[in-house]
Design a protein around this ligand. Sequence first.
Ligand code: UDP
Length: 379
Amino acid sequence: MTRILFLDQSGKPGGAELCLVDIAKPYRDNCLVGLFADGTFKQLLEKQHIPVQVLATKAIEVRKESSLAQGLGSVKQLLPLINRVATLSRDYDLIYANTQKALVVGAIASFLSRRPLVYHLHDILSLDHFSATNRRIAVTLANRAALVIANSQASQDAFIAAGGRKDIVEFVYNGFDLALYQQPATDLKQQLGIDKDRFLVGHFSRLSPWKGQHILLEALTSCPENVTALLVGEALFGEQDYVQQLHAQVTELKLENRVKFLGFRDDVNSLMAACNLVTHTSTVAEPFGRVIVEAMLCGTPVVATQAGGAQELIESGKTGWLVTPGDAMDLAAAINNCIAQPEQSAKMAQAANLQAIQRFDVAAINKQIAQLLSKLVKT
Ligand code: UDP
């Protein structure tokens, strides 16, 4: 079996990290996950018996949108980490970088140790998400990889449009452990102290301006009084101002009785199953959108914004709804439509569920990845 040194810059579990857990699991006897920060992500890997080590002695700035140029500017600071990775990688067949800073470290280490580099691209390299300089650096380094795995067609297209090599990129969707979504429903509404006749709209994402939680709050004001929103997730990359802004917006719009902030939860699937509708409100293109697939697997109707990877997951009107990014009125109309047409919504959720089971089974996705990786390793 291929021996892999995985690298990830984050100590906290965002979508890229949760995806890595599923990818690393089959390699748990032959891999190491090297992190650049300590935190709950490490515990999550340990819980799954995946070998993990925090490699950076000093915390590296992990704000997701922070400057890669700064990262490169401090290559000198990164040298001990790069050397450590280069040395470690000699015991593995390949280096698998899962985030942008992991790419910087992994690319240089792979040059030193002559181990092939794989880069899992979880971002849309567009100017909405990255500065021109950061994008150039990311593409230049990624072009040195033996393989780039983009998490959607949209991420692949943006990579190529930014100058990425067509001949090394393949897109592979995130996989999901289907068994986790077949649990019996629990009465979470009651546990959360929410009346059972309330229409529960769930939002599952780190709190960050481009994830658009503020759009959902605004939309609530155009929905019936019994529509209640659950905001699940916390600010993972230091966006505390936005968190305060959301709380202020709740007060200003007098939504105190209609909005619950639950913070980060590790029981997303049970919460989603308790929701009447899941909303995904990213204001710019989402690279993939794990929560959309998770809602489908839970059998809950889902509405998402029409951009990026979400468009590859939802066929609007058949397996969910797509609405205009940043448009609260359009979102409110979709919520109201779901309330008004419960039978049609249930049918749509069922169709989405069947499709998601076929398209996103982690066993099939991991097979796809294993095949791609095996081509890189000389036997
Ligand atoms: N998530 C979670 N707990 C929370 C909020 C989110 O486990 O409180 C998970 C969510 O279920 C999803 C992931 O975090 O699997 C977010 O992935 P997504 O692709 O939606 O966004 P990203 O974080 O990659 O931008």
